[in-house]
Design a protein around this ligand. Structure first.
Ligand SMILES: *Cc1c(COP(=O)(O)O)cnc(C)c1O
Length: 392
């Protein structure tokens, strides 16, 4: 097989070798159940406690008891939003949620589910880069608002939201804020005290940890209804025997993310600048969608005029380059993603959109190769496009 260049790290990342090494013993000799009181159980319990401290340390939580391990970013988002909504409902405390149009489906579809169950949701529009406007947030808040859920950094565009300002507005009204920080944890310095959030979701496999493992930060004093019912695991907040190897892996990934973050970010920024400059040098009629300033290191979302994104991705895959599109193929017709639609991109342009998301293992040589191959493929595709030739 040809050597592959993987530029899809916002979809998932490879497990760091040190993470795997930390996990393996908990699948073999240290196989205990964290609830057992004998030595096998205590060993598992200690490993879980250490991992919880590592995660708490990464995001600046005051206490490891504020961290609940989950099956990933999706469960953390569901737990935060449904857990809060259900509790408010039982207290007759309001039924209105504010979120944005560019959230991950784990948040959007959860909100849509709640709408069918009597809750009301405001989906804030965004500007051309995908940022909400604080005035519009202020106007959306009602007496009945129980939660504001705004993602920290967008997985498609990389655009970073002004969460500190969101929290300031929310604090005036005493409304808890949840943020989906799955993409930002490990890439930005994410500190729950500085941000001011009550709830924060993160996921292992977006930061060189295992898939199927995540966490929800729950600020002390924030009460949620449980999602899972059963035993008294996770301090009575999430029932089910803990995935000990996975939790150990999440903790190790958190420790490494903190240790290597600055070096990784510098590396990502250099490579991203190189890729951006290289593409602009060799191609006309391309547009960048992420925010020019407030953007994740390593994410470059580009619309290529007169090119169909899905075909571009398949052709790049044949050239050994793995990227992803901003469109989802639903029942044969190309629907632009809800994120690109919310930015106001015309459907034609949205369909020619590609997300490059770089990772710590990418090299300058790989980017050189991408800068050679992408323009070649784009030009070939444009040469076959009647619309493109007519327009020039
Ligand atoms: C990947 C992702 C999720 C889902 O996380 P999983 O661990 O895959 O369930 C949620 N939100 C964002 C922004 C993501 O990028």
């Amino acid at each position: 097989m040809m050597k592959q260049i993987y530029l899809d790290h916002n979809a998932t990342t490879p497990v760091h070798p040190e993470v795997l090494e930390a996990m393996l013993p908990y699948m073999t000799e240290h196989f205990g159940n964290g609830s057992s009181i004998h030595s096998y159980g205590r060993e598992a319990r200690n490993a879980i406690d250490t991992a919880r401290e590592q995660v708490a340390d990464l995001i600046g939580a005051k206490s490891p008891t504020e961290i609940v391990c989950t099956s990933g970013g999706t469960e953390s988002d569901n737990y935060a939003i449904k857990g809060l909504a259900e509790l408010q409902k039982s207290r007759r405390g309001g039924n209105h949620i504010v979120t944005s149009a560019v959230e991950h489906h784990a948040v959007l579809h959860t909100c849509q589910y709640l709408e069918k169950r009597g809750f009301e949701v405001t989906y804030l529009p965004v500007d051309r880069y995908g940022r909400i406007r604080i005035e519009e947030l202020r106007e959306a808040i009602r007496d009945t608002t129980i939660l504001i859920s705004i993602m920290h950094a967008n997985n498609e565009t990389g655009t970073i939201a002004p969460i500190e300002e969101v929290c300031e507005v929310a604090r005036e009204q005493r409304i808890p804020v949840h943020t989906d920080a799955v993409q930002s944890v490990g890439k930005l310095s994410v500190d729950v005290q500085e941000l001011g959030v009550s709830l924060l979701s993160l996921s292992g496999h977006k930061m060189y940890g295992p898939k199927g493992l995540g966490a929800l930060y729950i600020r002390r004093g924030t009460r949620l209804e449980n999602l899972m019912h059963g035993g008294s695991h996770e301090r009575n907040r999430r029932a089910g025997s803990e995935n000990v190897p996975g939790i150990v892996g999440l903790g190790k990934a958190a420790e490494l993310a903190k240790k290597h973050r600055e070096a990784n970010v510098e590396h990502l920024n250099q490579l991203t600048a190189k890729l951006r400059d290289g593409l602009h040098e060799r191609l006309d009629h391309i547009h960048e969608n992420g925010h020019p300033e407030h953007c994740l290191p390593g994410t470059l979302n580009i619309s290529f005029e007169s090119v169909e994104g899905e075909s571009l991705i398949l052709r790049l895959d044949m050239e050994g380059i793995c990227v992803s599109t901003g469109s989802a193929c639903t029942s044969g017709s190309m629907e632009p993603s809800h994120v690109l639609a919310a930015l106001g991109l015309p459907p034609q342009l949205a369909q020619g959109t590609v997300r490059f998301s770089l990772g710590k293992n990418n090299t300058a040589e790989e980017i050189d190769e991408v800068i050679e191959k992408v323009p070649k493929v784009v030009e070939q595709m444009r040469a076959m496009s009647p619309a493109y030739k007519r327009g020039r």
